[in-house]
Design a protein around this ligand. Structure first.
Ligand SMILES: Nc1ncnc2c1ncn2[C@@H]1O[C@H](COP(=O)(O)OP(=O)(O)O)[C@@H](O)[C@H]1O
Ligand SMILES: [Mg+2]
Length: 574
């Protein structure tokens, strides 16, 4: 970075107060020397003291008075202006509370010749901030963070993995996430409906695809991410990822002949009956309201027909089908559920009830005996080749479709990655390091609630960190319904406004400084403002989300926002 740009990043530094109290356990207290309206809750401030920089967040502002009489009465109207001014600032004042989070040894002055070299080391994380272990001195000056301060902590936009996700509230300085770190553990994006989760997810996905280090698989329940969409509130066109990265994004439709918002996908996915396991069905217990007898019946089916045939055979059995013998007695027809149940030693009533309940799966048009192509393999190949896959559910938008398909695919894909990781780790000849994969799931609580968490592959992935090179990006409006054990494993959490106190509590599970953060979270703007926290960011911070619009795409893709010639050729199959 040139001196010039650094100076520009630092030119907005100004002091807003000085330290008057507090401690390491309690928050720091500072006296404001500017009007309280200059600072808002969540503001990122820096305190310089004894060769260290302390970084903190404003968590509260309090009006104080050295003499309560002056606070109670509007004396300024009776005082000459210069005395009234003194009154505000001396007798009447504002204190701010600062959550002291990080400290770092102070580098050279930004305009000194050594600064660039030092800053480079910060960017390379050779010099980095550590959790605050001491406090600044009395009367140390407090200033609003400059763009340079923020870059020192959160990274410089566009440098390596650092991707601008938004801006600070006061001075609109860019704030970055480290994309590589973001996907190293499972991460979550939360917020009530309408707070901007889907938009922010588009921003992040675009960043990940552009960076090109991680493969992304999106379970696009509402058909929002792949194809262009229309914003429900503004009616504006919202570009999808396929249009912007035509060669890198594969659109997959569910079921033969599927279309996604009127367009034909790159290919379609059908699930083979042989791939459906009893466990996939058990996972739907809640959704299908299955009884306790179900596992026994399913096990008997597997014993009778084997993994490959049980679904097919069961599907084609008849219910309430009877034959009559010579003596006029009714008995279950040989191809009926009851006949099989009697032979297999399970309760015919239970088997028939299960058959009834599985009818929704039997009738799902995307589960077929012989899929036209091995779409699962094709998805894996795409992900291997540096492409990204958006699976659109099209018209199959029920919870049942979503739960069943996303879980089955995730289980299969994870086992592929697990196999590869094991090959790679055991030094298998020509085993390559697996390409990291991020699986994106909306409405995550449906897959990761307390009941489901023990049964789905998703919770296993969330718990493993990156052991098998697969992590989740979960998007949800009801974090309190996600199993706490999963929540506590999330590395980075990005959360918009949440109305429900249980949801707020859930997002902060397992984090330090919860009380202060809770207040900040509860008072976020209802839209486009998010609090970033957790392991993936150096310290919590409130940002105004980056806008997802034409400028965003211009910024990200540069002038050649259209495909490159190479990409077009690749897309055409040359
Ligand atoms: N980053 C953003 N850029 C542009 N518009 C946004 C952004 N975030 C939110 N919006 C606006 O807010 C609306 C709701 O956002 P959305 O992402 O659909 O919310 P959610 O998924 O949380 O329900 C959008 O239709 C859009 O108009
Ligand atoms: Mg949404």
């Amino acid at each position: 970075m040139t001196d010039q740009t650094m100076n520009k990043l630092n030119d907005s530094a100004y002091n807003i107060g000085y330290i008057v109290g507090g401690g390491l356990k309690a928050n720091l207290q500072a006296r404001l020397t500017v009007s309280p309206q200059t600072v808002q809750e969540g503001a990122f401030v820096v305190v310089e003291s004894g060769g260290w920089l302390f970084y903190g967040l404003v968590t509260d502002l309090q009006l104080g008075a050295t003499d309560p009489r002056f606070a109670d009465e509007q004396t300024e109207s009776r005082l000459p202006p210069h005395l009234a001014k003194l009154l505000h600032g001396q007798t009447l004042y504002t204190n701010m509370e600062i959550l002291n989070t990080l400290m770092m040894e102070q580098g050279p002055e930004p305009d000194s010749p050594e600064y660039d070299a030092w800053f480079q080391q910060v960017l390379e994380e050779k010099i980095y901030p550590i959790p605050a272990k001491t406090v600044p001195q009395h009367h140390a000056e407090v200033r609003l963070a400059t763009a340079g301060d923020i870059a020192e902590i959160f990274g410089k936009p566009g440098a390596g993995p650092f991707f601008r996700i938004g801006d600070t509230l006061e001075q609109a300085h860019p704030v970055c996430v480290n994309l590589d770190k973001l996907v190293q553990r499972s991460a979550g994006i939360f917020g009530a409906t309408g707070t901007g989760k889907s938009f922010l997810t588009r921003v992040i996905l675009a960043g990940l695809i552009q960076r090109g280090k991680t493969a992304v698989l999106i379970f696009d329940m509402h058909n929002e991410y792949g194809s262009d969409d229309t914003a429900s509130d503004t009616g504006q066109r919202v570009p999808g990822l396929k249009g912007k990265f035509p060669a890198r994004v594969r659109m997959v439709g569910l079921g033969r002949g599927a279309t996604i918002r009127g367009r034909t996908p790159d290919y379609t996915l059908e699930i083979a009956e042989v791939d459906v396991t009893p466990e996939d069905v058990l996972m739907l217990s809640q959704e299908l309201n299955l009884r306790e007898t179900t596992p026994t019946t399913l096990e008997a089916l597997r014993t009778s027909f084997g993994q490959d045939r049980w679904f097919h055979e069961f599907k084609h059995m008849r219910v309430n089908a009877f034959n009559v013998d010579e003596e006029g007695k009714r008995f279950p027809a040989p191809d009926s559920v009851a006949a099989w149940a009697e032979g297999a030693g399970v309760h015919p009533g239970a088997a028939e009830a299960l058959h009834n309940k599985l009818r929704r799966l039997f009738n799902a048009p995307y589960i077929v005996e012989e899929p036209a192509a091995n779409a699962l393999q094709q998805m894996v190949d795409n992900l291997d080749n540096g492409q990204h896959v958006v699976l659109s559910f099209g018209k199959h938008e029920t919870d049942l479709d979503y739960l069943f398909v996303s879980n089955l695919l995730t289980r299969r894909i994870r086992s592929v990655w697990e196999g590869r990781t094991n090959d790679y780790r055991s030094g298998h000849q020509d085993a390559m390091e697996p390409r990291p994969l991020v699986i994106v799931v909306e409405e995550a609580h449906k897959l990761l609630n307390r009941e489901m968490a023990s049964q789905t592959t998703f919770s296993t992935i969330a718990r493993e960190m990156r052991k098998y090179y697969v992590t989740l990006l979960i998007i949800d409006q009801r974090p309190s319904q996600i199993y706490d054990e999963v929540m506590s494993q999330l590395g980075t959490r990005i959360t918009g406004w949440l109305g429900d106190s249980d949801d707020i509590q859930a997002v902060l599970t397992g984090l330090a400084g919860r009380e202060a953060l809770r207040g900040m979270l509860a008072r976020l703007q209802p839209k486009e403002e998010v609090l970033m926290l957790g392991w993936g960011v150096p310290m919590p911070i409130v940002v105004h989300s980056r806008r997802y619009d034409d400028d965003f795409w211009k910024d990200l893709l540069g002038n050649n926002s259209k495909q490159s010639a190479d990409e077009i050729m690749e897309d055409l199959g040359f």
